[in-house]
Design a protein around this ligand. Structure first.
Ligand code: GLN
Length: 189
């Protein structure tokens, strides 16, 4: 893990927390706000936050297109919560910016607005049993192509990956002290 350079998209949202856990794993983490900073990254994390806000900023400053180009060149990307929404090819019922990279369709605020946040145990394929922290979380309604489910909660997909390159979690591993999912992403780089 040591030496791997992970960019954390730092437009808005929970980027400091991801940075802390990546550093705890022994890898290098740094904040990305420009295309120049992105050049250094061997992998990218798109944090939770507000997907409409992050999307608008990605579009406005052209960073979204720079991320897409790196992704098409093979750079691994992990999106948590709002980050998962931004990776999806389809955001159901919404007309908002997306990077349009991962073969998943997502439902924003899919667990209902009345349930703002909750925790639930998840059995994650290849990772094990983990406590998931969900905050106004989306879920994955469909996966296709080479995308596959890694975990679900009562039948709703909450974690998926594609080709060992894209990782999506509806929940927030960066808000726990468990490094396993961060280690999993590092192993994809
Ligand atoms: N509900 C938010 C959105 O749609 C995501 C929430 C989160 O990232 N914790 O962007």
């Amino acid at each position: 893990m040591a030496g791997k350079k992970v960019g954390i998209l730092a437009m808005q949202g929970a980027f400091i927390e991801h940075q802390r856990l990546i550093e705890k794993c022994g890898a290098r983490a740094f904040q990305v706000r420009t295309a120049k900073e992105l050049q250094e990254a061997e992998g990218l994390i798109i944090p939770g936050g507000e997907s409409t806000t992050i999307g608008k900023l990605l579009f406005k400053y052209g960073l979204g297109e720079a991320i897409r180009q790196r992704a098409l060149g093979g750079m691994p990307i992990w999106g948590t919560c709002a980050g998962m929404i931004l990776l999806a090819r389809t955001i159901e019922g919404m007309n908002q910016y997306s990077l349009d990279l991962m073969d998943i369709a997502v439902v924003r605020n899919g667990f209902g607005r009345q349930v703002d946040s909750f925790e639930a145990w998840l059995d994650i394929d290849g990772v094990g049993r983990k406590l998931g922290v969900f905050i106004r979380a989306p879920y994955v309604d469909k996966v296709w192509g080479s995308a596959r489910e890694m975990a679900n909660l009562d039948g709703r997909i909450v974690m998926a990956e594609q080709d060992g390159q894209y990782l999506a979690t509806a929940f927030h591993p960066e808000l726990t002290d468990d490094l396993d999912i961060h280690q999993y992403f590092l192993s994809m780089i």
